[in-house]
Design a protein around this ligand. Structure first.
Ligand code: CAA
Length: 383
C-alpha cells in the first residue's frame, strides 16, 4: 500500500488525543471513523472537533464549506468491528494501560482489512509488546502525536522489533500528508524521544515540589519569562496528571526507580484532580486556563538546569541507537514542545562542560543516578 491508497482512517478513542487526531485526519481530507466505548465520550469528542474547526474558520484557515465537508467525512461508532471494517489505517488512542491496548489490537487484527496498518499513539509503551497481540506485527507501528494534535507539529514514528520498513515509510508519509513533522525512532525504547528527554525534568519537578524548593507558580512564571509557551507544571495539568503519572510509572518499571511518581502526583491522581480535563489539578482550571502571575517568577532559579538534564538524556538516546542523529532530536523537541531551539543547539551555545557540571551537581544534591552526566556529555563530542 502507498500513502495515496489510504482513503479511510479509523481512530480508537475520542478523548484528548483521539478527537484531535481524528480532526487532523479530517483536515488532511480523509474519511474518518472515530470510535469510543460510550456515546457520551463520542459526543464530547465530536463537540470538541466542532469547536476547534469553528476556531479555524474564525481565523480563516478553513472555510465554512470546508468545515461542513469535513464533518460529513466523519462517522462515529461504539462497535469496534464496525468502525474499522473498511479502514486502511487505524490509530489507537485509548488509555495507557497495556492490557487494554492489547485487547484493542487483538480486536483490530480480527476486524480490520488485511492490508490495514495498525498504529498506536502510546506515549511510552513498547510497540513490540502491543504488536504481540496481533498476527501481523510487521504492520504495527507507533504514531505518536502531541497535545493538542491540531497545533503541535511533531509525530514520532516508532519501529517495533518486527515493524517492516514499508510500514515505517507509509506512516512517515501519512504524517507528512497530515501536515506534520515526522521523526523516525529506529529502536523501540521507553518514551521514544520527547517523553524520554523530558523525563528527568519531570523527576526534578516532582522533587522540587515535594521538598518545597519552589512553588509551581514560581517555576512556571520563570519558564514563561524565559520564552516557554507554557510553564512545566501548567503543561502537566494540560496533558493530564493521570498521563504524567502513567508515563512516570512506565519509566519506573522499564528504566529506573528514579522515575517513580512523586507522592503529591499520586495523591492528585487518586483524588481525581487530573488538571484541565477535570477542572482542577496543580492549578484551578474551572474558569479556563490559569493566569500565571509572571511577577512571582523565582529569579534565582536557572532554567539551564532543565536544558542540562534534557541534553544529558538526549545523549543516552544517541548512545543507545534509538535515534539516528542529534538533528532529529532537535527537530523532535522543537516541534513537540513548540520551543525555539532543540537541546543540542542550546548545548553548543552553553557548552557541554558547563552542562555536565550541572548534571553532576544535581545528581549529588538529589541522589538521583538518572541525572549523572553520560560519557558523551562529559566528552562533549556529540556524534
Ligand atoms: N484548535 C484550534 N485552534 C486552537 C486550539 C484548538 N484545539 N487550541 C488553541 N488554539 C488557538 C487559539 O485559538 C489561539 O488562536 P489565536 O492566536 O488566533 O488567538 C492560538 O491557538 C494560541 O492559543 P492560546 O492563545 O490559547 O495559547 P498559546 O499561545 O499558549 O498556545 C499552545 C497554545 C499551542 C497549546 C501553546 O501553549 C503550546 O505550544 N504549549 C505547549 C504544548 C506542548 O508542549 N505540548 C506537548 C505536550 S507533551 C505531549 O503531548 C506528549 C505526550 O505523550 C504526553
Amino acid at each position: 500500500m502507498k500513502v495515496a491508497d489510504i482513503k479511510k482512517i479509523a481512530v480508537m478513542g475520542a478523548g484528548d488525543m483521539g478527537h484531535g487526531i481524528a480532526e487532523v485526519a479530517l483536515l488532511a481530507g480523509y474519511k474518518v471513523a472515530m470510535r469510543d466505548i460510550e456515546q457520551r465520550f463520542i459526543d464530547k469528542g465530536l463537540s470538541r472537533i466542532k469547536e476547534s474547526l469553528d476556531k479555524l474558520v474564525e481565523k480563516q484557515k478553513i472555510t465554512e464549506e470546508n468545515k461542513k465537508a469535513m464533518l460529513a467525512n466523519l462517522q462515529t461508532f461504539i462497535d469496534i468491528g464496525e468502525s474499522v471494517k473498511d479502514a486502511d489505517f487505524v490509530i489507537e488512542a485509548v488509555p495507557e494501560i497495556m492490557d487494554l491496548k492489547k485487547q484493542v489490537f487483538q480486536a483490530l487484527d480480527a476486524a480490520a482489512p488485511k492490508h490495514a496498518i495498525l498504529a498506536s499513539n502510546t506515549s511510552t509503551m513498547s510497540i513490540t509488546e502491543i504488536a504481540s497481540a496481533t498476527k501481523k506485527p510487521k504492520q504495527v507501528v507507533g504514531m505518536h502525536f502531541f497535545n493538542p494534535p491540531v497545533l503541535m507539529k511533531l509525530v514520532e514514528v516508532i519501529k517495533g522489533k518486527k515493524t517492516s520498513e514499508a510500514t515505517m515509510q507509509l506512516t512517515y508519509d501519512l504524517a507528512l500528508r497530515m501536515n506534520k513533522v515526522p521523526v523516525r525512532i529506529e529502536k523501540d525504547s521507553p518514551g521514544f524521544i520527547y517523553n524520554r528527554i523530558t523525563a528527568p525534568t519531570n523527576i526534578l519537578l516532582g522533587l522540587m515540589l515535594e521538598r518545597g524548593v519552589a512553588t509551581p507558580v514560581e517555576i512556571d512564571a520563570r519558564m514563561k519569562r524565559a520564552g516557554a509557551p507554557m510553564g512545566p507544571y501548567e503543561l502537566m495539568d494540560y496533558i493530564g496528571l493521570d498521563v504524567s503519572y502513567h508515563i512516570a510509572r512506565n519509566f519506573s518499571e522499564r528504566l529506573s526507580r528514579d522515575h517513580e511518581p512523586a507522592s503529591w502526583l499520586k495523591a492528585k491522581v487518586d483524588a481525581g484532580e487530573l488538571g484541565k480535563k477535570t477542572g482542577r489539578g496543580i492549578y484551578d482550571w474551572s474558569k479556563g486556563r490559569p493566569e500565571i502571575d509572571l511577577s512571582k517568577a523565582k529569579e534565582d532559579f536557572d532554567p539551564t538546569v532543565f536544558t542540562a538534564l534534557q541534553v544529558n538524556e538526549a545523549t543516552k538516546l544517541l548512545e543507545e541507537g534509538v535515534v539516528k542523529s542529534a538533528n532529529d532530536i532537535d527537530k523532535a523537541m522543537i516541534n513537540g514542545g513548540g520551543v525555539a531551539a532543540g537541546p543540542f543547539q542550546l548545548a553548543k551555545e552553553i557548552g557541554y562542560d558547563k552542562l555536565a557540571k550541572i548534571c553532576d551537581d544535581l545528581a549529588q544534591k538529589f541522589g538521583i543516578k538518572t541525572f549523572e552526566p553520560t560519557r558523551t556529555l562529559k566528552r562533549g563530542r556529540v556524534p
